[in-house]
Every structure is written in C-alpha cells, then in structure tokens.
Design a protein around this ligand. Sequence first.
Ligand SMILES: Cc1cc2nc3c(=O)[nH]c(=O)nc-3n(C[C@H](O)[C@H](O)[C@H](O)COP(=O)(O)O)c2cc1C
Length: 377
Amino acid sequence: MSSLFERFDLAGIPLDNRIVMAPMTRSRAAGDIPNEMGALYYRQRASAGLIISEGTPVSRQGTGYLYNPGIYGPDQIEGWKKATRAVHERGGVFFAQIWHVGRVSHTTVQIAGAAPVGPSDQPGGMAFGYNEQGTPDMLKASTPRQLETCEVRDIVRDFAQAAVNAREAGFDGVEIHGANGYLFEQFLNPGVNDRDDEYGGSRENRCRLLMEVVDEVSALIGAHRVGVRLSPFGTLFDMPEYDDNGETYLHLAREFNKRGLSYVHLHDQGGQGMAPMPREYLRTFRDTYQGNLLLAGNLDQAEAEKLVNDGTIDLPVFGRVYTSNPDLVERMKNGWPLAEFDPSTFYGGDARGYVDFPTYEEEQARKARQALIDEKS
Ligand SMILES: Cc1cc2nc3c(=O)[nH]c(=O)nc-3n(C[C@H](O)[C@H](O)[C@H](O)COP(=O)(O)O)c2cc1C
C-alpha cells in the first residue's frame, strides 16, 4: 500500500494517514463566529490525517476579510467547539491556523475605521471589506500605520491568547501563519520592514517577532503542538523579492530545530500563478530542518508519493481538491476519480460549493437511484 495511507507520528500525535487538508479561508462565518455549517464542512473532511483550519484571526486588528471566523472572543471559542467536536467524533486531528494579516486589511474591517498595522507604512495586498456603497467587496488594502515597538509585543500576547483559546476550543494544536504576505512575512522582508528597532534590520531582528510568538505559544501549549507555515520566495500580496530570502528561512529552520516543533509547513505559491519555490531549495530546506516537513502547492497523488518516498517531505498538503472532495483520502486510496473544484464558490456565499459536494460513494448511489427511476419511467 502507498505510504500516504500509513499511520504517522506527528511529534507524539498519531495521525491515521499522511494526507493533510490545507488551511483554506471560506468566508462563510457571519459576525466572524464559527457556525454549524462550518462544523459540518470539517466533519465531512475528517478522514484526512490532519486538518488545518482556515486562517482564524487572533484579533480584530489581525483581520483582513469579512466573514472569517476568529479565535479571540468567547462566542468564537464556543463556535469552534462545534467543529473540533465534529472532527474528533470521526477520529480526526485538527490544528487551528492562527493569523494576523498585518497590512493586508481595510479600514472598514478594523475597529472604528482604524488603519491596518504593519512593520512600516508601506501598503500592499487586497482585503475584503465594504466599498463606498457599503457592499462587501475585494478592495485595495488601506495604507497601514507603522507599529510602535510596544505594540509589537501586544501582538505576541494576542497570539499567546489565541493559542490558549484554541486549546480551550478543543483544537489539537495551532499552526502559526507565517506565510503568504501577511504580518510575519512583512516583518521578515527587508523590502517592507524598514524598522530601526529590534524588529528590523538584521536577519535575526526581522525574524524576532515570529520567534517570540513561537516561543510564547510553545511555552503555553507545548512545542509539539505548534506548527509554522512559511512561503519562502513567496511574492503574494506585493511582497518584494530580496537577496537573502533563502537564507532567512534557513535561519528560521535552524532556530526551529532547537525547539522541537510539531512541524514546518512550506507553501509553494507556484501553483497559484506566483513565482515557484525552487525544488533545489526544498531539498536544502529539508537538509537543514530536522523536524516534520509539510508541503502544499499544486500537489497531486503521484507527486506527493514521490516526495514522501524519497524523503523530501513527511506530509503532503492538499488545498483546492479538498473543497470538492470531502473523501479525498478514500478516493486516493481506491483510485476513484476526483471531483473538480469550483473557484466561484471558494469564498463567501452559502452551503453551495461548501458542504454539498458528495463523497464518491454517495455520488455513485445517487446515480444508481437515478438510473432506476429512468428505467421505470
Ligand atoms: C479558497 C482558498 C483559501 C485559502 N485560504 C488560506 C488560508 O486561510 N491560509 C493559508 O495559509 N493558505 C490559504 N490558502 C492556500 C492553501 O492553503 C494552499 O496552500 C493552496 O491552495 C495551494 O494548494 P493546492 O494547490 O493544493 O490548492 C487558500 C487557498 C484557497 C484556494
């Protein structure tokens, strides 16, 4: 049998198989509170070895899109309990992706119309807020306000509280969202981070915020319950290229080695039409990072098996195919065809394109019933 369907020990947390569902924002949580429909969505996908939740903001300040379920208020913790219970009832393992968007936000999403915050006042990215007519819309992110040094420390506290909240909500661990042009990447990137305090300048200083969050969160919930997502060479949301990009992430890998984290999760943005992460770099990262390595970005089963079998990665992560294939594990295991995903229902809307994709077996049963009806008529 393929190695993808073997059990895996994720730093002490047993997984039924090696298939991971990627974090995916689906923008269906009214009032930013996780709901029953979201719980059903995750329950349907719980045969994955590991599910990483959609990005869940650690504060209103860290929110860049309407209808994202957060993890900072009591109603949100209660809401998430429905989803974690649903996944656990099916024997799944569930991490919360904890998230601060930094500059990628809009004044209409922030408290009292405040400016978003970032390492500098340099704008970038697109947010989902209200347009001038008061209608929800994709909008150019508002110009951010540069964070004061003492405010950076407040953000560390927000992540620490979010991790504690995630534990209370029943999650098995958290993934710190250090990828895709959001807050941590804005600090890592010297093209955006022009600070002259201890959070800017040298490589160590640009990595400081992420490392402080990793350490604080690990102290509270245990390093073996903490994963980090990174996107080396990522350019999403107007992130400029810079010379020591590769080295910056290798520096992080060496720091993570000292801490015994649950995993590092790399996102190759190449599949999303951005510059790809070079495959030689993936090997270099693998050779540097000694813990569990996850990879997302346009993987199919054959590629995932190859990368696992040759030791390049430990766990493959699947995104878009998980939107339309709740039973992805069973489909891959049995060689059943995959249902095509529908980008028009990725973000926002209702149950359609969210919880109405059947499993392969449900679809076959429906077809058989229809054939009977057709035969009789
Ligand atoms: C609808 C959608 C929402 C996404 N939301 C998030 C998110 O909340 N956090 C994150 O880190 N990545 C997010 N991503 C990126 C995915 O996690 C994944 O890395 C990407 O889709 C590449 O994997 P794939 O080629 O298998 O789809 C999202 C992608 C999609 C398609």
